[in-house]
Every structure is written in structure tokens, then in C-alpha cells.
Design a protein around this ligand. Structure first.
Ligand code: ZN
Length: 473
């Protein structure tokens, strides 16, 4: 009885109290977005996409940074500080619950799901106007930056219509025709007359239309912000971040994703009608296809640095909607339980190169000790004789070979990742895309429109709604 009465007394005190503070509010960090009026129109939009980023990739990059520096990723810091709206997103295409990047980008870019492989072209040939063209028509500037060819599926899905994502040489011509304000990444193959089947010099064509063409990091840095920019920094994709970080020449010649994002913002930020920008970490997907943990984590970290560039700008600007997400999962990696899981995972901090770099430095004539030396140099941990022998058996061109997307040289990525698991505790479910619902975070004006579970196509309409651009084209 006594306890019960006490309970009621406390209860009534509680309800009569003038200052009701919920335990959640009391412990929440200060919310900086309070200074940004979410309900106003978004003048600018920056969409950041880590291509093929399984949730495990986001988690591992945060764990990696936390254990190395005591501070996690910028992306998850936005969650910890309660500064974003957040959702899970269903990434299916018209043809499969497992999308490819062309259909995924088309669902955001065109507002309709299309079949895997096509860019904003429906099953009966119907074309959906790509969103960066809609924003251009509404008077905004528009651009894309990426670590893969700029003509690749994810930027292309915001910019053009094409029956096939493979028509990259033709996609380069469509970019010129549309006159986007800044386009940067890799893909010299699709611009250089030497490489193109039709021998067209796309660089000359862009210059004739008033573009500044940059082929190195320093050329990019010295472009002026009052003219459009085409930046093409490698023959195909740009090098992985971890390989770039270990190579002074690459660091000098190739810009990071964060540097490209900063340049694109600087180029477009003074436009009176605002701008839209896509920033893609395209090689997070390629690393997942190769079960290449060094490629994966360090490119996700490089993506996270671009997230900071976008958020820093949006905080100052207060009129910018920032969307941070991925187009689909890939290979669903994760750290696996075990006695040495912590130390093993921390071994990744010692990695100097990707498995791609490492496996390309093994040759049919390599000795076992040479193989072990390459692994030791690249990973900071050694390989057993048996494992070195097993790796070498893929190089004689007779016995075994691996296939897989982006594995043109048929290197033993899967076999090596399985050996590496003994010293890094990272496992993978496959070497391809997954149907997982993916993480989506939205910051700034327009973020109030995000519901906790959306379809990829919903994002198309959210961008138009936030910017108050009518879907009338
Ligand atoms: Zn992929």
C-alpha cells in the first residue's frame, strides 16, 4: 500500500510539474539543424551516392575510423547528433529485386523503374526525362563527379536516356549536347579520339562549346569558376583511394572525390538559381565485386570525406538539401565473431594497397617467397606457404581462373579474400549486388518530406518537391 501511494504521489507530481523533460530530450546533443529552416525551399541539392554500399560497408568504415582515430565517420556522426532524417530504401528495378546501377540511377533520375541495364528508357521505348535535365530547364546549374568513368551508369542515370548503359562513347556526346556545368571523373576512353571507334575528339568538341578541359588534379584546381568544366583524369576508372594514398605520383595527378566535390560546389554555388550536384563513390561497388577490403574501406572513407565537404557547405549555405545514400547493396561484407576479431580487423589499418594492386604484382614466374613478400608489403601480414602456392596456381593459365565483373585479368580475388579472412576477420556473402534495403540520410530543407521507408523512385519526387520544381516537362 505504502509503495503504491508513493507511486501515485510521485506520478501526480510528475504530471503537475511545469518543466516536463523526457529522458530522450534531456540527453540529446544540440541539434544544429535548428538553425536551418527545413520548411523552406531547397535552392541547391547535393546527392552523394556510395555505389554498391552494403550496410556492412558503412558499419565497417565507421568501426575502422573509430578504432583508428577515436572518431567515427561523418555520415554516422550525423545520426549521433540527430541532424538528419533517415530511411530504409527499397532498391528494386523493373526486372528484378536485385538492381544494377543503371536501373537504380534511373529510378532516382527518371522517377520510373526500368529494366536492369537501361538508362531512363522503359520497356516500350518510352523515355523518362532525367532529373538533371529537369533542373537545368528550371534554370539551375547541374553537374556530376565520380571516381569511375563520368559516362558510367550512376551519373548517366541523372543526365541522359540510353537503351544501354554500355553506350558510354555516345553518352559523352549527350553530355555535350545537354551542356552540364561540371562533369568530372575517369573515362578518357570515351572522350579521346585515339580510343573512340568514330575517332571523334570529344575534348576538342567540349572546348569548342566553351568548356575548360582538365586532365590532371592541378589543371582542375586552376580552372576558373565562371565557365563549364570537363575533368577526365584517367583512362577508365580513377585508382582506388588506398593505392592513390600510397603513390605520390597518383596523389599529385588524380584528385580525390572530396576535392572534386569541393571544386563542383565552388563552380556552381554563386549561380542565382542554385545548383544540383551528384557525387559518386563508384569504386566502393567495384571493390565489393572484388571482395577487396582495402579498396572498399578506404574508398568508403574517401566518400565520407566528400560527405563532410557537402555538409560543411550546406551548413553555411542553409538552402541546400543533402542526400546521402547508396543505390544497392553489394557482397554484404561484415566482421565475423572470433577470438581475434578486434586485432584482425585492426590489421586493415596497416594495409597499403588493394588486393587488385597486390594480385597484379604476382606473375606466373613469381616464387613463393616473392608472393609472400608482396602480401607482407601490401597487408603487413604474411601468408602461409600453402596459401602462397594456392594463389600461384591461378597464374599458370592452365588450371584455375576466376571470372566476375571488372575482373578482366581473371585474378583470384575470391580465393585471396578467403585467405585474408584469417587475418582480417571480414567475410562476404557473394561477389555481386544484393536486394537489401539500403540506408538513406537527408539533411536540410526538404528533409521533412522523407518517410521512414521509401522506394528508390520516391527520391526523384522528393528532390523536385524540396526544390519546388514542377514535374511538368
Ligand atoms: Zn556493381
Amino acid at each position: 500500500m505504502m509503495n503504491r501511494r508513493k507511486f501515485f504521489r510521485n506520478g501526480s507530481l510528475f504530471t503537475l510539474g511545469t518543466a516536463f523533460i523526457s529522458p530522450f530530450q534531456a540527453t540529446a546533443a544540440p541539434i544544429t539543424t535548428d538553425f536551418i529552416d527545413k520548411n523552406k525551399k531547397a535552392k541547391n541539392i547535393i546527392l552523394l551516392v556510395s555505389d554498391g554500399m552494403s550496410t556492412g560497408t558503412l558499419n565497417m568504415a565507421d568501426l575502422y575510423l573509430n578504432r583508428k582515430n577515436g572518431v567515427g565517420s561523418n555520415w554516422l556522426q550525423l545520426y549521433k547528433d540527430n541532424r538528419v532524417s533517415r530511411a530504409l530504401m527499397d532498391t528494386a528495378s523493373a526486372s528484378s529485386i536485385v538492381t544494377d546501377s543503371a536501373a537504380a540511377s534511373s529510378s532516382w533520375g527518371g522517377g520510373f523503374r526500368v529494366k536492369n541495364g537501361s538508362l531512363n528508357v522503359g520497356p516500350n521505348g518510352e523515355e523518362h526525362l532525367p532529373i538533371w535535365q529537369k533542373f537545368k530547364k528550371a534554370g539551375k546549374m547541374a553537374g556530376c563527379v565520380t571516381t569511375v568513368p563520368i559516362t558510367h551508369a550512376t551519373p548517366a542515370g541523372f543526365c541522359v536516356n540510353s537503351k544501354s548503359r554500355n553506350g558510354q562513347a555516345e553518352i559523352a556526346e549527350q553530355y555535350l549536347e545537354q551542356g552540364f556545368d561540371i562533369m568530372m571523373g575517369g573515362g578518357q576512353k570515351y572522350f579521346d579520339a585515339e580510343f573512340r571507334k568514330d575517332k571523334k575528339d570529344m575534348y576538342a568538341a567540349f572546348k569548342a562549346k566553351g568548356y575548360q578541359v582538365a586532365k590532371t588534379r592541378s589543371e582542375m584546381m586552376s580552372t576558373s569558376n565562371d565557365k563549364p568544366v570537363l575533368g577526365v583524369f584517367d583512362e577508365d576508372a580513377l585508382p582506388y583511394s588506398i593505392d592513390r594514398n600510397s603513390d605520390e605520383k597518383l596523389k599529385e595527378n588524380i584528385p580525390s572525390l572530396a576535392e572534386m566535390a569541393q571544386k563542383a560546389i565552388d563552380r556552381m554555388k554563386n549561380h542565382p538559381n542554385g545548383f544540383v550536384l551528384q557525387v559518386e563513390a563508384g569504386k566502393v561497388d567495384w571493390a565489393a565485386h572484388g571482395n577487396d577490403i582495402g579498396g572498399l574501406i578506404y574508398d568508403q572513407v574517401a566518400f565520407d570525406e566528400a560527405v563532410k565537404v557537402a555538409i560543411d557547405f550546406a551548413e553555411k549555405d542553409k538552402n541546400t538539401l543533402v542526400i546521402i545514400t547508396t543505390d544497392h547493396g553489394n557482397a554484404n561484407p561484415g566482421v565475423i565473431y572470433g577470438k581475434y576479431a578486434n586485432d584482425n580487423f585492426d590489421n586493415i589499418q596497416k594495409y597499403k594497397h588493394t588486393n587488385e594492386w597486390l594480385l597484379n604484382n604476382i606473375h606466373p614466374t613469381s616464387t613463393l617467397s616473392q608472393i609472400k613478400e608482396v602480401v607482407d608489403f601490401s597487408n603487413g601480414s604474411s601468408l602461409s606457404d600453402d596459401d602462397a602456392k594456392a594463389v600461384l596456381s591461378y597464374y599458370d593459365g592452365l588450371h584455375k581462373e576466376e571470372g566476375g565483373l571488372y575482373n578482366y585479368k581473371k585474378l583470384p580475388f575470391k580465393a585471396f579474400a578467403e585467405m585474408q579472412q584469417k587475418t582480417n576477420s571480414v567475410g562476404w556473402i557473394s561477389m555481386d549486388h544484393s536486394a537489401d534495403y539500403v540506408e538513406l540520410a537527408v539533411f536540410g530543407p526538404g528533409s521533412q518530406f522523407l518517410k521512414p521507408f521509401i522506394k528508390n523512385t520516391d527520391l526523384h519526387y522528393l528532390m523536385l518537391q524540396a526544390a519546388e520544381v514542377e514535374n511538368k516537362f
